[in-house]
Design a binder for this molecule. Sequence first.
Ligand SMILES: [Zn+2]
Length: 407
Amino acid sequence: MVTNRVPEYLYRLGEFHPGRAVAFDDTIRAVDTPEALQARFPEALVRDLGSGSVLYPGFINAHVHLEFSANRATLRYGDFMEWLESVIEHRDELVDAADEETMAAACEEMLASGITAFGAISSFGADLAVCRRTPQRVVYFNELIGSNPAAADMLYGDFLRRVEESSESRPEERIVPAVAIHSPYATHPVLIRKALDLARLRNMPVSAHLLESSYEREWLEHGSGKFREFFLRFFKSAAPVSDIDHFLELFEGTPTLFVHCVHTTADERRRLADSGHSVAHCPRSNRLLGCGRLPIEEIRSPLALATDGYSSNWSMNLFDEMRAALMLHHRADPRILARRLLRCVTEDAATALKQEMGRIVPGAPADFAVVRLPHIPSRPEEIALHTILHTREAAETIIAGNSVRKS
Ligand SMILES: [Zn+2]
C-alpha cells in the first residue's frame, strides 16, 4: 500500500518546499506535487497532514548511552573529572537500576521527539534486548575499553562476544552492529588495532570519544594533570597509553564518528575533515560536565547533534538539544544555525552513522517526523528556527512507512 502524505511544507535536502508530497510504502517512492503523485499512484491512500505541518526526515540521535538511563541526580556535574569519579563510584548501582523498563522509557521519549534512529553506545550489552524491541533503527556500537595490555585478550574476547551477539539480530529488529572505541586515554592501541581490523573486515561503523575535556588533552600531551591523579588512584598507572597524533593515526583509512572533540586544535579539526571523519556534538552534556563549547563554525566534517545519555543530560529529546545549541553558539545567526542544526539531526547524522537515511529522497527508508507548528511563520526561511523554538514533541513519528507514535 502506497501512502501519499501532503504536508504544508516538506523538508528536503535542507530546504522547505511548499505544496510537495511524498509517496511511500516502507521506502520513499516519489516526491512531487500531490496531483502528480495521485496520477502516478491512483490507489494510494492520501493523508493531508494539515495546516502548520512540516514533514521532516526522521530525526537521528547519533550518540546515546542507554545503559546509564537511570541517572537523574546521582552523578556530579560541573567538572569533568569530578563527574568521571562519580561515574566510577556509582556505576554499578546506576547500571543495575537501568532495567529494561527504564531504557525502554528513554527509547519512547526519543520516539516522541521524532527520533527514528539512534546510535547506542553499549558498554555491557545490557541494552541489546531493548534496542531489538524498540521500533527505531539502532546503530549498535559495542564499546571497547581497557588501558591495561595484560588484560587485552580478556577484554577483546568479551567485546567480540558482544559484537557477535548484536550481529545475530533479525532484520526486522533493525540493528546495525558497530564498534565504539572508548577514548584515547582508556583504550590501549593494541585493542584499537584489532577492533578496527574487524570493523573494516565487516564494514561496521566506528565511533570514538575524543578530547571531551581539557584534562584529556593535558594527560595525552604531557602525562600530567587531574587524569594523572585519576589513573594513579584507580589503575596504579602513570603514563598515557597513547598520544593524540598516534591515536588519530590508527583511524586513518577508517572514517569514524568522533564524539565531543571540544578540545581539538584547528589543525586536528582540519585533519578530521581531511580524513573523512565525522563529529558528534553534545552541547548539553559538554555544558553540564564543564567541558566548554565545541567551535562548530570551524567543523568541516559532517556534524551530528546528539543528546549523549542520561549520565550527562536531562532529556533524550533532540528539540531540547537543538534549543540548547541555538543558545550556546550565540554568535551565529539563529536562522542560519537553525537550518544547520536540522541537517545535524538528519542528513549529516546519517552520513556520520554511515546509513542511508535522514533524507526525503526516492529509495530512502520511509522514516518521518511530522512537526506541527502552532503558528505558521510569516517567512518560510524561518521555519527551521520556529520548528526548534516551538516544538516539544513530534505530532507523529513514522518508521518504515508505519505510524509508530502520535501525540
Ligand atoms: Zn558518550
